[in-house]
Design a protein. Structure first.
Length: 132
């Protein structure tokens, strides 16, 4: 845009520059952010796949086989927990905390949670009741 001798832009140019700054720059930044996000998600997905494709260390097997049922074997739930640990998404300490929470929620002691146990737990942590 051409400014006058005082350095002032013509009114139309000022409006157009203002619109560009208010709309164009954020739109461009959002588009670049989306593009970077796409490539970053793809990179993370590949790294996770590579981590799961690595051989399972016997130390990891031993830990995983004791997480739910200490029988020296890995069931489906233990395998999922093992893979989450290998991906760095959780650790044994966090799993222990979740298991303790489960035991607290399982008021019937049958090893599973029914709707009423979930609702009672939700009421106890929210203090305001929950949708039934």
């Amino acid at each position: 845009p051409v400014a006058d001798a005082a350095g002032v832009l013509p009114e139309l140019h000022s409006v157009l520059v203002g619109i560009y700054v208010l709309v164009g720059v954020p739109l461009f930044a959002a588009a670049v952010g989306d593009l970077v996000g796409y490539f970053l998600e793809d990179k993370i997905r590949r790294e996770e796949q590579e981590a799961m494709d690595r051989p399972i260390e016997m130390e990891d097997f031993t830990i995983a086989s004791q997480l739910i049922d200490p029988d020296g074997q890995i069931g489906k739930a233990e395998y999922v927990l093992l893979e989450l640990m290998r991906l760095g998404k959780t650790d044994v300490g966090s799993i222990a905390v979740m298991a303790q929470r489960f035991e607290k929620m399982d008021t019937s002691g049958d090893g599973s949670l029914d709707r009423e146990e979930i609702l009672r737990f939700n009421d106890s942590v929210s203090g305001s009741g929950s949708a039934r």
